[in-house]
Design a protein around this ligand. Structure first.
Ligand code: 5AD
Ligand code: SF4
Length: 423
């Protein structure tokens, strides 16, 4: 979602007459889009802002803005900590960017636009990173309030886009040559719950599936408590919907899941995996895991290791728990020491990476449909792309194959990618 927001801001800036600078030293305006989901992400912003201070000391006319979730979380307090900052823009107020820039040009100082907003308008001039695969947000914000998560505080409650609007956007993107659409939402499968008209993700997928010329449909991120048979059937029956789901598990311990307020148990999660694999045998399943949540003891952690070994995810993003201001979990007793978190994370990564590597090895000799997205930046004679199951594949080939769907035989594998050859 953050990447999409950056594309929207880049589009607005272009419309306002700005062009991309190659390096910060050459920029008149530096706009940082930020994430607040873990402390580490915020630390990186502060260190970047420190570097920018040195540049601004040399070029005082440079304007610096902070957008995104950190802007929303800290609001005007950011001006106190970062005196060289010119403006602050919350993630629900991106459309105000031109007005802010105009006010700054007119000599106004220290502008902050934050606070919860209505449904953002549909942006027409998004400066997308490529012309094959497009993000298309369908919900904004989140109303789940997992006890560790800052998103509902900084992005507000869930607001769904109308289905007609989404279908029109998807049709336009397809007409402009996009082959793949990635539907975005914090809980993308809660789509429609706030609209009160029976429309849900399964229904939307079926409508998108008939758009002529669209090759692939993906959606991120799904929430386990809202996977129903209707969605699994739609995934299986819709030709263009890819055989991949990102389904954050977070923990394999029922006690921890309860305190996280995730809304499912380990057995319920397993049941969903079973149904997904029964209905869509080739599906790849990826996940997110947090270690060191308050009160997580070694039995809880072993339960997570045991569960990931049983499920055998195709891949996982793994994190140390990071206490976030305002959230319930930050005030829970028995916070875990950094050293223990670090040790658990490295054990988890070791187990999961072995599984990822093994799962990739199982694909050697198989045929896969690959959407070629670019040439390999490291090896000019190679191109790269993704399978329907969202795995990266490198293969020999020339630049003019970019945008093609190729049938590829997988010839070797590693933890992070596959190698293939055109059939
Ligand atoms: N600490 C660590 N990881 C977190 N995530 C969300 N909030 C936190 C937190 N406070 C992780 C979850 C989520 C992913 C996007 O980030 O695993 O699925
Ligand atoms: Fe955060 Fe939970 Fe909402 Fe995901 S579902 S954005 S983890 S509150």
């Amino acid at each position: 979602m953050n990447e999409y927001d950056s594309e929207v801001m880049a589009g607005i800036l272009k419309r306002e007459g700005y062009a991309l600078a190659k390096v910060a030293e050459e920029a008149e305006l530096v706009l940082l889009n930020t994430c607040s989901v873990r402390q580490h992400a915020e630390d990186k912003v502060f260190s970047k802002l420190g570097e920018l201070k040195r540049l601004k000391d040399k070029q005082p006319e440079m304007k610096i803005g902070v957008a995104g979730c950190l802007a929303e979380r800290m609001k005007e307090e950011l001006f106190v900590q970062i005196p060289h900052l010119d403006f602050i823009l919350g993630p629900s107020h991106i459309k105000n960017l031109p007005e802010i820039l105009k006010n700054i040009e007119d000599g106004k100082k220290k502008i902050a636009v934050t606070g919860e907003a209505q449904l953002p308008q549909v942006e027409k001039e998004v400066l997308r990173q490529n012309n094959l695969s497009a993000y298309l947000p369908i919900t904004f914000g989140c109303s789940h309030f997992c006890s560790y998560c800052i998103v509902p505080y900084v992005r507000g409650g869930q607001r769904s886009k109308g289905m007609e609007v989404i279908l029109k956007e998807a049709e336009e993107l397809t007409k402009r040559g996009y082959k793949e659409i990635i539907l975005l939402g914090q809980q993308v499968n809660a789509y429609g719950q706030d609209l009160g008209n029976q429309i849900n993700l399964a229904f939307l997928l079926r409508e998108l599936d008939v758009i002529e010329g669209l090759e692939r449909i993906r959606f991120i991120t799904a929430h386990p408590s809202k996977i129903d048979n209707g969605l699994i059937e739609a995934m299986s029956e819709c030709q263009r919907v890819c055989e991949h789901i990102h389904l954050p598990l977070q923990s394999g311990s029922d006690e921890v899941l309860g305190r996280m307020e995730r809304g499912y148990t380990r057995d319920e999660y397993l049941e969903i995996i079973k149904k997904l694999r029964q209905t869509i045998p080739e599906i790849s399943i990826t996940t997110d895991i947090i270690v060191g949540f308050p009160g997580e003891n070694s039995t809880d952690f072993e339960a997570t290791l045991e569960l990931i070994s049983q499920i055998r995810f195709d891949g996982a993003f793994m994190f140390k728990y990071s206490p976030r201001p305002e959230t319930k979990a930050a005030t829970l007793p028995n916070q875990i020491e950094e050293e223990v978190k670090r040790e658990r994370l490295s054990r988890l990564i070791e187990v999961q990476n072995r599984i990822t590597k093994e799962k990739n090895r199982e694909l050697v000799g198989q045929k896969e449909e690959v959407l070629v997205t670019s040439s390999n930046p490291k090896i000019p004679t190679e191109i790269m792309g993704k399978t329907r199951t969202n795995k990266v594949v490198f293969l020999e080939g020339s630049q003019d194959l970019v945008g093609e769907l190729l049938e590829v035989e997988i010839i070797s594998s590693s933890t992070w990618h596959l190698k293939g050859k055109k059939r």
